[in-house]
Design a protein around this ligand. Structure first.
Ligand SMILES: [Zn+2]
Length: 371
């Protein structure tokens, strides 16, 4: 996961805690629908209401979503996992439009609520498809349709999708495959094929997924990436963004891996936001030198350092490198399998690096001074 998406996720989680799941229930309302009395429109309205009412955040088998995508993906609704804890966290769903092209229905929905002072709070505006399966409408992701207008080039295990303006770099795509093979050999897992979506700007990727608007859209354009089930999305990073490849290949094998272990090893092996671990370490050292009061013995409470890096990348990466120097890949693998809680993380540092928690501030500042 990448920096500014992490920041957004955190913000959205905070919002969730504030509003709670029960405040709104699962309510569907409609903006002006042009053909509200039209039979197929009514079928789509019933389908969407049933889907929203079926607790889609649980990702259980769902009669309103098509079975083909459910058979292929555990997280079959790609929009669900775009928000923390879920797109279906309880905000009212307001259907903006339902339109048809032959037998295919296009559904545009806003997830938002009205704040106490009367101003609207919009989490997202997203798009679904509905198509008939055995005579009945079922919901589909928008991504497979939208990507038909992008180019696709397969190199090794990766299907790269990209817009017309992008000139494909075969050399970098080859390097990514070398990285995948080495990674999977080193961690003893079977490499799997996946889709890699790339564009100059991350918001283009969001539109491709069917997201017209999301909380956190806009701002200064920064390289950004995200891994999902069998998919990597990245903006401004080209064909070789190894960080997300770590997540996509390994996370399913170590589902309880601590966030700092995952982000630290991903950054150690693949950099973050297009920059190497050493770049993040230098930046962190410069910052900490100016801020001597920050206590690194409580490092897991620290989040984003500034708009360009975060402690879980730099310090997490540094600690991952130290583990690797101590026990190479077998130790990294052991840590990925066993370190689940904050206490486990501090314990692993004490056990394998012989640094007790109360000495961490001194130790990490000393190590950082090399950068
Ligand atoms: Zn990450």
């Amino acid at each position: 996961m990448d920096f500014h998406l992490t920041a957004k996720k955190h913000f959205i989680s905070t919002l969730f805690l504030f509003i709670g799941l029960n405040t709104f229930g699962q309510k569907v309302t409609y903006n002006h629908l042009v053909d509200a009395s039209h039979g197929p429109t009514q079928q789509i309205m019933a389908l969407f209401e049933n889907y929203i009412g079926s607790n889609p955040q649980l990702k259980a088998e769902n009669p309103y979503w098509n079975s083909e995508e459910q058979a292929t993906y555990k997280n079959f609704d790609f929009l669900e996992e775009e928000f923390e804890p879920s797109l279906y966290m309880g905000l009212p769903a307001h259907v903006l439009s339902i339109s048809f092209k032959e037998d295919v229905a296009f559904i545009k929905v806003q997830f938002s609520y009205c704040k106490a002072d009367g101003t609207p709070y919009v989490l997202a505006i997203v798009n679904y498809l509905a198509k008939k399966v055995k005579g009945k409408y079922r919901l589909f992701n928008r991504l497979p349709l939208n990507r038909q207008s992008w180019n696709c080039t397969t190199v090794g295990r990766v299907d790269f999708y990209y817009p017309d303006y992008h000139e494909f770099n075969y050399e970098k795509a080859g390097e990514l495959n070398v990285f995948i093979n080495n990674l999977c050999v080193n961690f003893g897992v079977k490499p799997k094929p996946f889709d890699y979506y790339m564009a100059a700007n991350y918001d283009e990727i969001q539109v491709l997924k069917g997201i017209d608007y999301y909380l956190g859209m806009g701002g200064v354009d920064r390289p950004s990436g995200k891994a999902a089930e069998n998919k990597v999305y990245c903006g401004g990073l080209g064909e070789f963004y190894a960080h997300e490849v770590f997540h996509v290949q390994l996370e399913e094998h170590f589902p309880e891996m601590h966030f700092w272990v995952s982000e630290g090893i991903a950054t150690f092996l693949g950099g973050s936001r297009g920059q190497s671990l050493d770049w993040h370490l230098k930046k962190t050292n410069d910052f900490l030198a100016q801020n001597p009061k920050i206590d690194l013995s409580e490092l897991l409470t620290l989040k984003n350092l500034d708009s360009e890096t975060a402690y879980h990348y730099s310090l997490g990466g540094l600690i991952a490198r130290k583990f690797w120097e101590t026990g190479k890949y077998p130790l990294l693998k052991k840590i990925m399998a066993t370190v689940k809680t904050d206490a486990d993380y501090y314990k692993a540092i004490e056990t394998y690096l012989e640094i007790p928690k109360d000495k961490l501030n001194h130790y990490l500042r000393d190590q950082l001074a090399h950068f």
